[in-house]
Design a protein around this ligand. Structure first.
Ligand code: GDP
Ligand code: IMO
Ligand code: MG
Length: 432
């Protein structure tokens, strides 16, 4: 697996941190390529839990290079706080490299994120409030501040002055006062020295690693249905979590990618606003939330829970060219007598077998379900495909067949070793 991309195949929180950490054992370089500290990736190692927001999930391994690519947006305060927290737990974090082209989340981005949500009122997106959208706005209007700007104080000061001319006008409009450009610049420059040792040409680093036959793992944040182009717009994040984002967000060509691992929960969750056809408002949804501890890693918000949406998952397979699936949290479904999976939608008089193009259709989509038998056994002790109850195997096989994708990993608990790695992946009609 010289170059493997790990992506979320739903609305985020699928267990990407866990799967990345698992795959990182065999990788030399682990790179984040989009998003920022809106992400919350959980890793459980030797009974210890780590929650990472910005630093790649490979950081727990010494001797591996962790890269924050150009496509990521960085809040410097969070980055250094996270590094500090890791250090205090014995993880040195000195193997981190940060692209000089990555954009910085500025104090005004945080203020504007909150303000635009308030302005939208009941139409709000339910963002994480981490300044992600406003930072990407500036990137695309070409008024953003990049990591490399820290190296040239004069340019940095000028850029911040220019940016604040417009932002202060907006902040005043929102009754948020104004920011002093020199103060903002000085505050940022306080990070310069600490940043300097991390700054790199991430694209060069990653490509050279691949030239040297090293293994590079690209760690996606968020998920395919939160993608700015292919997600449930406008209820999405402001970057491209799909696999293609790894190319633009880390400076690597598509021809260099070997595998795309799509991580999907055995059911579905979503945080924030937006359509979710298979959402459950009954005891089953409440049970998923309770058993699966479905509370946001970043904001602590309760995640909305529902049945597995196979149409949406197949769409994620298509838009990211997923080669292998990692099905997580299968253990959470134990004890449910019957399991529903969504295999189509009805919107008005039309039945959709594919993810609808029109958002209005998706907003009104009623799920069409197939019902599969459940199992009562606790799966957390299962170590192999054969250990799983037959109905759990049938459930996984159904996912593989419907999405026409191979299942390679089945997670049955949060810990690294609570994962079944299938020797011959199932799917495309094939059996183990
Ligand atoms: P990410 O954002 O995709 O990395 O996922 P999060 O870390 O936000 O949320 C996934 C949650 O599920 C975390 O608390 C994980 O520890 C937990 N988790 C991951 N895989 C499994 C699994 O197979 N079973 C159970 N019970 N929990 C899991
Ligand atoms: P990980 O990497 C789940 C959601 C927010 C909101 C929308 C836009 O842990 O899977 P933003 O702050 O990005 O502008 O918010 O996207 N969102 C996530 N949901 N997991 C995440 O990350 C998310 N990052 C953003 O809840 O609906
Ligand atoms: Mg998360």
């Amino acid at each position: 697996m010289p170059a493997t991309i790990v992506i979320g195949a739903q609305w985020g929180d699928e267990g990407k941190g866990k799967i990345t950490d698992l795959l990182a054992e065999k990788a030399d370089v682990i790179a984040r390529y989009q998003g920022g500290n809106n992400a919350g990736h959980t890793i459980v190692r030797d009974g210890e839990e780590f929650k990472l927001h910005l630093i790649p999930s490979g950081i727990l391994y010494a001797g591996k290079t962790c890269v924050i690519g150009n496509g990521v947006v960085i809040d410097p305060r969070i980055m250094f706080e996270e590094l500090e927290a890791l250090r205090s737990r014995g993880i040195p974090g000195d193997n981190l490299q940060v692209s000089g082209n990555a954009h910085l989340i500025m104090p005004y981005h945080l203020l504007l994120d909150g303000a635009s949500e308030r302005q939208l009122g009941r139409f709000k997106i339910g963002t994480t409030g981490r300044g992600i959208g406003p930072c990407y706005i500036d990137k695309y209007t070409r008024t953003g501040i990049r990591v490399q700007d820290l190296l040239d104080e004069k340019i940095l000061r000028r850029k911040i002055h220019t940016a604040l001319e417009e932002k202060n006008w907006l902040l005043q409009h929102y009754d948020l006062g104004v920011l002093d450009p020199d103060q903002v610049t000085d505050d940022l420059l306080a990070y310069r020295e600490r940043f300097e040792s991390f700054i790199c040409d991430a694209s060069l680093l990653v490509n050279q690693a691949l030239d040297d036959d090293k293994h590079v793992l690209f760690e996606g944040a968020q998920g395919a249905l939160l993608d700015i182009d292919f997600g449930t717009y406008p209820f999405v994040t402001s970057s491209n979590p799909i696999a293609g984002g790894a190319c633009t967000g880390a400076g690597v060509g598509p021809t260099r990618i070997d595998h795309v691992v799509g991580v999907a929960k055995a059911y579905t969750t979503r945080v924030g606003e937006g359509p979710f056809p298979t959402e459950l408002f009954d005891d089953v949804g409440a049970a998923m939330c309770e058993v699966g501890h479905e509370f946001g890693t970043t904001t602590g918000r309760k995640r909305r829970c529902g049945w597995l949406d196979l149409v949406a998952l197949r769409y994620a397979v298509r838009t990211s060219g997923i080669t292998h699936l990692a099905i997580t949290k299968l253990d959470v479904l134990s004890g449910l007598p019957g399991l529903k999976v969504c295999t189509g939608y009805r919107a008005g008089r039309r039945v959709h077998e594919e993810f609808p193009l029109l958002q209005t259709d998706f907003h009104h989509a009623e799920p069409l379900y197939e019902e599969l038998p459940g199992w009562s056994e606790d799966l957390r002790e299962c170590e192999s495909w054969q250990d799983l109850p037959e109905t759990a195997r049938d459930y996984v096989q159904y996912i593989a067949t419907f999405t026409q994708t191979r299942v390679k990993f089945i997670a049955v608990g949060p810990a690294r070793d609570e994962t079944i790695i299938l020797p011959r992946s199932i799917g495309r009609g094939g059996a183990v």
